[in-house]
Design a binder for this molecule. Structure first.
Ligand SMILES: Nc1ncnc2c1ncn2[C@@H]1O[C@H](COP(=O)(O)OP(=O)(O)OP(=O)(O)O)[C@@H](O)[C@H]1O
Length: 247
């Protein structure tokens, strides 16, 4: 079956540094797939390539079989790719609700809400439901710039889901969160419908093993191993390589 995401022989160079060297990655529909590896292994670079933020020097990205290598981030977002950044990226000057509305309006239009009032209403309902789900219902009128780090993460997740993605790219979502917030994040991601596939970059292996079906280990821009959490845990070379480089 055609995977939702296929990265084929993706190569990225920064000057003389090869950040990714012919990396292959397949994510089937609905899969929770983790990318782990030492610092500098190329994990964020691979997310950048999948999101369309970095153009590879070689290789292809296919979404549901279609070659999207030449498409930028906005076109990929329209095809169902959403991203959570290492530092939560939200509009500081807008309210919490407005942040989600901005993301929900184009989706409402694509869903056939042509009339502006109908579009606003549909987007408003989406925003309210999502803010409720991420636990920000009491803060809808708060300016995003006033939110604490964990709340910004919750908001960014609501914004990402407002476009109804098929593929959610998460770049170290647990970074900077308290233990309670990490627990919330794990529960939230576990509860995501399988209509959304997840590609997760995360240093916290407890979270990776608890959430993901498949784990790919990168090292120095190359794939060291891909397997189930049990297979990756049991792999001596993987443990050594990962332990060497983790901060
Ligand atoms: N814009 C850039 N210009 C030059 N080099 C870069 C750039 N972005 C990344 N690199 C280099 O590419 C390599 C891969 O970086 P990347 O951020 O993808 O690694 P990572 O596995 O995500 O690391 P970390 O776990 O530390 O976030 C590193 O050597 C990094 O210094």
């Amino acid at each position: 079956m055609t995977p939702l995401l296929a990265a084929e022989a993706v190569t990225v160079r920064y000057g003389s540094l090869t950040a990714l060297d012919a990396v292959d990655l397949h994510v089937p529909l609905g899969q929770r797939h983790a990318l782990i590896g030492p610092n500098g292994a190329g994990k964020t670079t691979l997310l950048d390539v999948v999101a369309g933020a970095t153009r590879p020097a070689g290789g292809r990205i296919r979404l549901a079989g279609r070659d999207v290598t030449r498409l930028g981030p906005a076109a990929r977002a329209r095809r169902g790719v959403a991203r959570i950044h290492q530092r939560p990226a939200v509009w500081d000057s807008l309210t919490v609700r407005e942040n989600v509305l901005v993301a929900a309006l184009p989706r409402a239009e694509r869903a056939g809400r042509w009339h502006p009032t109908a579009r606003r209403r549909a987007a408003g309902r989406t925003a309210e439901a999502l803010l409720d789900r991420v636990g920000l219902a009491a803060l809808t009128a708060t300016t995003a710039g006033q939110l604490a780090h964990g709340q910004r993460r919750q908001l960014e997740i609501a914004v990402a889901l407002a476009g109804r993605p098929r593929l959610l790219l998460l770049d170290e979502p647990a970074a900077g969160l308290s233990a309670v917030e990490v627990g919330w994040l794990a529960d939230f991601l576990r509860g995501l419908p399988r209509a959304v596939a997840v590609l997760l970059v995360e240093h916290r292996l407890d979270l990776v093993y608890a959430l993901c079906d498949t784990v790919t280990v990168l090292r120095d821009g190359r794939t060291l191993a891909t397997g189930s959490p049990a297979e990756i845990r049991a792999s001596g070379p993987v443990r050594e390589a990962y332990a060497e480089g983790v901060a």
